[in-house]
Structures are given as C-alpha cells and as structure tokens.
Design a binder for this molecule. Sequence first.
Ligand code: NAP
Length: 254
Amino acid sequence: MNIGFIGTGKIASSIIYGIFKSKLKITKIYISSRNRNIAKKLHLKFRKVKICNNNQDIINFSNIIILSVTPQVGLKILNHLSFDSSKTVISLISTIKLHDLKRLIGSSKVCKAIPLPFIENRLGPIIISPKNKVAKKLFSKLGSVIEINNEKTSYSFWSTSSIMAAYYEILNSTTNWLVKKKIKKKIATNYISELFLAYTQDALIKKNLGFKKLVKESQTPNGLNMQVLKELKKVKFYDKFIKSLNNVHKRIKR
Ligand SMILES: NC(=O)c1ccc[n+]([C@@H]2O[C@H](COP(=O)([O-])OP(=O)(O)OC[C@H]3O[C@@H](n4cnc5c(N)ncnc54)[C@H](OP(=O)(O)O)[C@@H]3O)[C@@H](O)[C@H]2O)c1
C-alpha cells in the first residue's frame, strides 16, 4: 500500500510517525515538499518516505491520498489536480464539506477524518465520515475509530476536537502557577502531567457512571474542589466554554 499526503504539516507528520510505530504494511509514503523542513526530517528518519515536488505525482504514485492542507490551500489547489476513481481520498480539512470536496476533486471515493496529533503515539479517537473501509483499515491501527455516516453529526465531533489547545493551556497555567510558588519547572511539569493523566484515566474507567456523577463525587461539601467549581461557575467559565464550542460549530457547518 502506498499512501500520499498533500500537505506535510503538523497532522500529516503526526500520522506518519504513528504509521511507523504501527504494524501497518506500507510500501511507500509520498509527501509534499511543503513544509520543506518537516518533509526533509521525515525523509531522513524513514527510508520509505519519499518527497515529491509536485502534488500530482503524490496522487499518481499512491493508493490512498490524505488531504492535509488548510482549507484556503485546499480550495486553491484541489480542482487543478486529477484524482482517478481507483484512489481513496481521505480529507482532514475540517471546513470543506463532502459535496464540495467531491466536486473539487471530481471523484466520489472520498471521506473525511479527524485524527489529532496524539495519533503519533497511536492514541485517541479518530472520526471517519461517512463509513469507509479503506480509511477504517488504516486508522484502526492508529487509534480508536468511530464511524459517523451523517456528515452533519460529524461537525459536532469536529467542534469538540477544537478544545485541545484550551485544554493544554489549563495544564500550562497550572504548571506556571506552581513554578511561581517556587517549585522547579521539571517537577511541576511532571506532577501536572501525572495529575491530569490520572484524572483522565479515572474518568475513562468510570465512564459508565457518567461525568455528572464524577463531578459530584469529586467534591467534599464545602471543600476545596467545591470552592473552585463554584468560583468558576460564578464567572460563567463553563458557559463561555460552551459558547466557544457553539461558535466553532457554526464555523464548521456554514
Ligand atoms: N493539526 C491538527 O490537529 C489537525 C487535526 C485534524 C485535522 N486537521 C486539518 O488538517 C489540515 C492541516 O492541518 P495542519 O495543522 O497539519 O496544518 P499545517 O501544519 O499548516 O500544514 C499544512 C501544510 O500544507 C502545506 N502546503 C501549503 N501549500 C501547499 C501546496 N500548494 N501543496 C502542498 N502542500 C502545501 C504547508 O506548507 P508550508 O509550511 O510550506 O506553507 C504545510 O506544511 C487542516 O485543514 C486542518 O484543519 C488538523
């Protein structure tokens, strides 16, 4: 199997690292020369990765083509490329809808997918929409696949995938707070990583309880957790969070 990536940025690079940590049988991976530094690094690290200077070559040499450019670039370049109908195209571009994609690439063998950067460690959920056997076979070796047939439903999942940076900022702010309290950065970083990992693993183990119950069980009456939650609710922290999700959702579905 040959896989081609149109656009060698953050997410393409994360998928390629994941592929080489997996048991997937890959003959070659063809990547764009853009971004130059990332492409060079991948080529030097993995002998099966070949750099193409021209996007059409990537398509011609590959069985599966992954579109990993920004929406602006996608809209500019896709209708100048020729995709024959034997190829499976997987688009990671959030804001180009399926029917527009089919029109742009002139092929209907296309689906959309939402991998996230931790795919490089073969972690996390990967949404595929609509169902696609080839995409499922590929991504099920790189994470936990969730197939969504209805494109509109996939927009909701896409929206929740946008909280990654905001989530890491909580880890960053908490670590910086510890550092200001004279705790060494390395120790603070390690503690916060372990703390959030435990929160998440515990939530996963107890997922059948429901998160509402977890929130309740995490508070001692008049205790410290109750205080923080109350203070955040008072300043409408969670309302603002939901508002951001709604705004992202509007942007994706328009
Ligand atoms: N990052 C994520 O977590 C994530 C998750 C799911 C989906 N996505 C989607 O995946 C897409 C890529 O995201 P990203 O974060 O990987 O962005 P990125 O790091 O900016 O990567 C985009 C790449 O496209 C390259 N490019 C620009 N013009 C090109 C052209 N004409 N032909 C080929 N390549 C070209 C850029 O190269 P230069 O640097 O040389 O301009 C860059 O390396 C976006 O649509 C995003 O919504 C991202």
